[in-house]
Design a protein around this ligand. Structure first.
Ligand code: ATP
Length: 365
């Protein structure tokens, strides 16, 4: 970056010109004492020069949005977490889900991902003192099963109304959830870039759900239609950046549902995780699960997408093919990674009212 693009006092500009300093790099490779000598300026002027350059360089960039958010939120005393509506699950997740950034909910079919998302669409409408964010939700679905989603949300609404009777008396919980279907990647792009920002700026939406993030990608980018992994990675990065921009601009959490792929060998772990030394905890987790014969699944979309999200919650179901497990409604929820809490897990079940924690949180070793 050229120094002439930074607004500085005339005497500092003159000193820089005199010393033939043209770019930011000319300045930042020297310490303050050296700069004071070379530029023949007072230490106050040097401090001002350094501060102006730092402000230009450290402009919020999409990839560090969560960081800038954390600072902003800390300073403004904003609500940091959105409750799931269940105390035990909240405890496992370190308070609920982050009220900014991208949270991924990943798991096998029928693990309860949609149930958890629908529950969040209801809890987001609660007052802040009850763990909500006092707004509605947008549910972007790739599957076009809107009627089923509405039916299930209506079921859960009864329990919510009973539990928070006084607070939700005048709130039409169903009316505050907007459902959008995105059957293909083009429609998804249109919705995220055009329709959603307009909707968010016109209504009091405090939560965006995308169920699922992988579905359209898996169809549009597969080896049979000639698309490359590189194209897919670029598109995933673009999507992640867009979602972070939306989250930061409208100050809301984005929850993405993701599917899992099967792990057939230890090599698949290496392919997914990359270098073991760089991602030791991830590698260790999947290897232990794989060796124990229980977790032969990894999140879809690979490492590029994993690096885009801010936290990951994994849901899984007890294996029903095992004797004794046939009617088992037993499921586990694991906070796989988050910037605010260690990895931990607990059991949960689903009933008419929604999802409920069964056991207190346990740390994963
Ligand atoms: N009213 C209910 N009472 C009890 N359990 C229910 C109820 N509604 C749904 N479930 C449970 O939730 C499961 C479906 O969960 P959900 O739709 O969230 O799965 P999912 O992880 O989103 O799966 P997929 O990826 O296939 O969409 C059902 O198999 C059922 O066990």
């Amino acid at each position: 970056m050229e120094l002439k693009n930074i607004e500085l006092r005339p005497r500092i500009v003159d000193a820089l010109r005199y010393a033939n300093f043209e770019t930011v790099s000319d300045v930042i490779y020297h310490n303050e004492t050296e700069l004071s000598k070379i530029l023949n300026l007072s230490s106050k002027d040097i401090k001002e020069l350094v501060k102006c350059i730092a402000q230009e360089i450290i402009k919020p960039c999409p990839l560090i949005y969560p960081l800038t958010n954390a600072l902003k939120m800390l300073n403004s005393g904003e609500q940091c977490m959105l409750t799931t509506g269940d105390d035990i699950i909240d405890k496992i997740l370190g308070g609920g889900i982050m009220s900014r950034g991208i949270t991924e909910i990943v798991g096998e079919s029928a693990a309860g991902k949609t149930q958890l998302c629908l529950q969040l669409c209801l809890t987001v409408q609660l007052k802040k003192e009850l763990g909500g964010l006092e707004g509605g939700a947008v549910y972007i679905s790739t599957e076009g099963n809107i009627q089923m989603l509405i039916k299930r949300t209506r079921q859960m609404t009864h329990a919510m109304k009973q539990r928070y009777d006084d607070h939700l008396k005048d709130v039409d919980l169903l009316d505050n959830i907007k459902y959008i279907t995105v059957p293909d990647l083009d429609t998804q792009y249109q919705v995220l870039h055009l329709q959603l920002p307009i909707l968010l700026s016109r209504s009091k939406i405090r939560l965006v759900i995308i169920d699922s993030i992988a579905a359209n990608f898996r169809v549009a980018y597969n080896s049979s239609n000639g698309s490359t992994l590189l194209q897919r990675s670029k598109e995933l990065c673009r999507l992640g950046t867009k979602l972070k921009e939306i989250s930061d601009h409208f100050q809301l959490p984005i929850v993405c549902v993701n599917q899992v792929s099967d792990l057939f060998s230890k090599n698949d772990i290496r392919e997914y995780i990359g270098n073991k030394d760089d991602n030791f905890w991830e590698y260790d987790y999947y290897q232990k699960q794989f060796l124990a014969g229980k977790g032969s699944k990894i999140p879809a979309l690979g490492l590029v997408w994993s690096n885009t999200i801010n936290s990951r919650i994994m849901l899984s179901r007890a294996d029903r093919t095992l004797v004794g497990n046939e009617d088992n409604n037993q499921r586990t929820i694991t906070l796989m990674m988050a910037p605010y809490a260690p990895r931990r897990w607990g059991e949960f079940y689903i009933d008419f009212e929604g999802i409920h924690g069964k056991t207190n949180e346990q740390l994963y070793y």
